[in-house]
Design a protein around this ligand. Structure first.
Ligand code: HEC
Length: 145
């Protein structure tokens, strides 16, 4: 017969294994999302160059929508394994959420500028958006080695 402690130990192990699998899923999901952000930034640049402000607006809106999801993609415990997420995300959670919100606002501002269609405003808003990505990376992403 299994002792109660063995049952509990087995249950705990199973829980932590499924917890790890979940963490790996969310890490992949957010990394894919960030890769898509790069695609969106390229579409923004291309739209600016060709004067396709509708394309700029659409891509900026996609970045904004993703930014709103960023905090949910960093659940506690998802900082281990194949990830460049820094521990500071969770020790300074408010700062991290604020960085995601700044990214969200910058993307919305770019979408609004694209709608208005003033090229210099679009360029300035695109630069600010890029800076808001970098600001979060500087604080919360482990640099590439
Ligand atoms: C609120 C913080 C934050 C914002 C804003 C943010 N990032 Fe990131 N980004 C991260 C973190 C943290 C990682 C590391 C994720 C991991 O490895 O689990 C990351 C990873 C990435 C990666 C690597 C993905 C991979 O394949 O591993 C790219 C590319 C990237 N970000 C681009 C962007 C772009 C472009 C923007 C802006 C449009 C942006 N990020 C905005 C925090 C942020």
């Amino acid at each position: 017969m299994l002792k109660m402690t063995q049952v509990i130990a087995a249950g705990t192990l199973m829980l932590s294994v499924s917890g790890l699998a979940l963490a790996a899923d969310v890490v992949k999901e957010r990394q894919d999302g960030f890769k898509e952000n790069v695609t969106h930034l390229k579409a923004i640049k291309a739209g600016e160059e060709s004067g396709d402000h509708g394309a700029v607006e659409k891509a900026a809106e996609a970045v904004a929508a993703y930014a709103a999801k960023i905090p949910d993609l960093f659940p506690e415990g998802s900082g281990a394994g194949e990830t460049r997420a820094k521990a500071e995300i969770w020790t300074d959670w408010k700062g991290f959420v604020a960085a995601a919100e700044a990214n969200h606002q910058a993307a919305l501002k770019l979408a609004a500028a694209a709608k208005t269609g003033v090229a210099s405003d679009i360029a300035a808003a695109r630069e600010d958006l890029g800076k808001s990505c970098g600001a979060c990376h500087d604080k919360y992403r482990v640099p590439k080695t």
